[in-house]
Design a protein around this ligand. Structure first.
Ligand SMILES: *Cc1c(COP(=O)(O)O)cnc(C)c1O
Length: 462
């Protein structure tokens, strides 16, 4: 399996190389050259298997020869062993033909653990085998950072630096990043928004001298291995509702378009998915684009679903690449226009996107109301992101097709918003009940590329 860049100008890589490098050298994102297919029989045979077995069968064709079958199965087993639920991604029913896929039973209580725990294992194995060391730098709106730190803390061949927007993450998110005591963990609170953090990260990747000097590696959702790990739960959940013999739809609370893009990959592999519904909060660039065709950035408006407070949705580039017939030149041109503030998607490409994706936008008040209504009427305490998803799903779904809404975080990760809406303050699960007592370690940094690069070089030289 080979991986190509969405901008068409970077070297073609293997799975392992694409995973270890993150962003392509032409600024693009790696995607598989072809999508492996699963037949109806292949999909039917997943029925009744464990999450780990489904993960192995879905991901195996993408991974290539770098990892043997035995090693790959072992890494999958280790990745999910720390989850607080035996089936890893349980489905619960909310209403007739509406189901919630609980993706928050991992160590940091958000769906990011599904991918991050696995790539922590894959990185460690690959780096040990190669005798190499890398510096991971990640940008986070809260959940990616905690998941990355949890997955990479204490590993011998990795330093992990996480940039998060100072004052704009929840206390639980911050503490999950600042309380690990391992010396290879560096939490950096940066002035600005998540988009600023993401922009500085991209700048570091485009500074080749720095990139090569520190052996920079990225674990943001631009990393193909993360998207891949998320494809698995689309299969496991759809199969448990009758796929491939019954079509299902998914609604996905969306920011960087990584999670929902994984659903699109599942569909392209052969999983019979009817609609993929993008659910956004008031930061609705994706909803505006899918309805009107203009991908136009504006200011970020901080919301009670902060992990979706995003204007530049990195993984959308992967969807555009397909919508433009895999024309890297066309994608490059759009991304140049984006630097000036935005672009218009061509009619043909917009139609190609709409063949798969619907979208909806939820206001702050509607989110609070949905949390309240779900608590009283559906027996489910939702985090604000999941509430955005459930609201859009309830508004748009076809009652005849099972709808699966992804619950992306545990309500206890956002206790203030949940309490405000429902009157219930969700407690942290037992295994992390002492989070508020642990001591914190964090460095305040300016939104300044040169200063960041200097700090990283100094820290890893120690
Ligand atoms: C990251 C995150 C999202 C958005 O996921 P994308 O893959 O960036 O679209 C939604 N909800 C929560 C809780 C998250 O942590």
């Amino acid at each position: 399996m080979k991986y190509v860049s969405t901008r068409g100008q970077a070297p073609v890589l293997t799975f392992e190389e694409a995973m270890l490098s993150g962003l392509a050298r032409d600024g693009g994102l790696y995607v598989p050259e072809t999508i492996p297919q699963m037949s109806a029989d292949d999909i039917r045979s997943l029925n009744g298997l464990s999450y780990e077995e489904i993960a192995f069968r879905v991901m195996r064709p993408y991974v290539g020869d770098g990892f043997t079958d035995e090693v790959f199965a072992d890494l999958i087993a280790k990745a999910y062993a720390g989850f607080g639920h035996g089936v890893r991604a349980p489905l619960v029913q909310l209403a007739p033909n509406h189901f919630l896929l609980e993706l928050f039973h991992g160590p940091t209580l958000a769906f990011k653990d599904f991918a991050m725990q696995l790539i922590g294992q894959l990185f460690q194995e690959a780096l040990e085998r190669r005798g190499e060391r890398v510096t991971i730098v990640g940008a986070t709106s809260g959940d990616t950072g905690s998941a990355a730190i949890e997955a990479f803390k204490g590993l011998d061949n990795v330093d992990v630096f996480i940039l998060f927007p100072h004052g704009r993450v929840s206390e639980v998110q911050r503490r999950q990043m600042t309380t690990p005591s391992e010396s290879n963990v560096h939490a950096l609170a940066m002035d600005g928004h998540f988009d600023d953090c993401q922009a500085r990260l991209k700048d570091m990747f485009n500074d080749f001298e720095f990139r090569d000097g520190v052996r920079l590696a990225g674990v943001n959702s631009i990393n193909w291995a993360r998207v891949l790990a998320q494809v698995v739960y689309y299969f496991s959940s759809a199969v448990s509702l009758g796929a491939p013999d019954r079509k299902v739809s998914f609604t996905v609370p969306t920011g960087n378009f990584g999670d929902i893009f994984a659903g699109y990959i599942a569909k392209k592999m052969g999983l019979p998915i009817d609609r993929l519904v993008v659910a956004t909060n008031q930061n609705d660039i994706l909803h505006r684009c899918l309805t009107g065709g203009a991908y136009q950035t504006s200011e970020v408006h901080p919301s009670i679903s902060p992990s979706m407070d995003i204007q530049v949705s990195s993984n959308f580039e992967r969807a555009l690449f397909d919508a433009y017939g895999r024309d890297g030149g066309a994608v490059s041109q759009l991304m140049d226009e984006l630097k000036q503030g935005g672009f218009n998607v061509s009619q043909g490409a917009l139609q190609a996107l709409r063949d798969h994706f619907d979208s909806g936008r939820v206001s702050e008040d509607e989110t609070l109301e949905m949390i309240r209504a779900a608590n009283t009427g559906m027996g489910e305490l939702l985090c604000p992101h999941s509430a955005v998803g459930v609201k859009v799903a309830e508004d748009l779904r076809d009652p005849a097709t099972p709808m699966i809404t992804l619950a992306t975080a545990h309500p206890a990760k956002f206790p203030d918003a949940v309490e405000k809406a429902s009157g219930v303050r969700p407690p942290l699960p037992h295994r992390m009940a002492d989070l508020y007592e642990r001591s914190e370690r964090v460095t305040r940094v300016a939104n300044d590329l040169a200063a960041l690069e200097t700090l990283i070089k100094e820290r890893i030289a120690k």
